[in-house]
Design a protein around this ligand. Sequence first.
Ligand code: GLN
Length: 206
Amino acid sequence: RPRVGVVAYQGAVPEHLRALEAVGAEAVPVRWPRELEGLAGLIIPGGESTTIGDAMKTWGLLDAVREWAQAGGAIYGTCAGAILLATEIRGGKPDQPRLGLIPMAVQRNGFGRQIESCEADLEFKGIGPEPFHTVFIRAPYFEDLGPGVEPLAELDGKVVAVRYGRFLATAFHPELTDDRRIHRFFLDLATGGTPDPAQEVPAPHA
Ligand code: GLN
């Protein structure tokens, strides 16, 4: 079984571990850099992006994950995790620690703070025609997508899911529903189902 990690300081960690096991992965929590060894993929969960980013920096995981990703690791960020993958963060602390691996801007709390949460059935490119039931919680959206960043889903005209080679980001939380198609899609990416040799990984963000 391919082993996939979940960054486990804060946020929706057990839900992702369960979803990964359900699609046939061996799911492990990750807090220390040495726990990246042997992983096929890594999920950064939703939660609070400054909290998770600060913890990753403190524990040395920020640099370690960046190196691991540049050596071929696949990453999936949901909500706060997606914020940490973007090169540019708008509407929050612009200097907050991040991985900066997907060339795009992310608008934090992009759907407004007053609408804390919403659900919608969306088309999601690459997982079949059946709509995916999505849960948004103080979600960001993505904009100014760089070359090679492919939009996979939209809500109200805003991009809410992207793929950049072996990196995947969604503004919503598929781990909170029972539909496992997006976790399976990520596992396929991580195990070399659809490699993208042309992908350029951008220079690490300071
Ligand atoms: N609004 C949160 C942030 O900016 C993300 C919310 C979530 O992960 N559900 O970090």
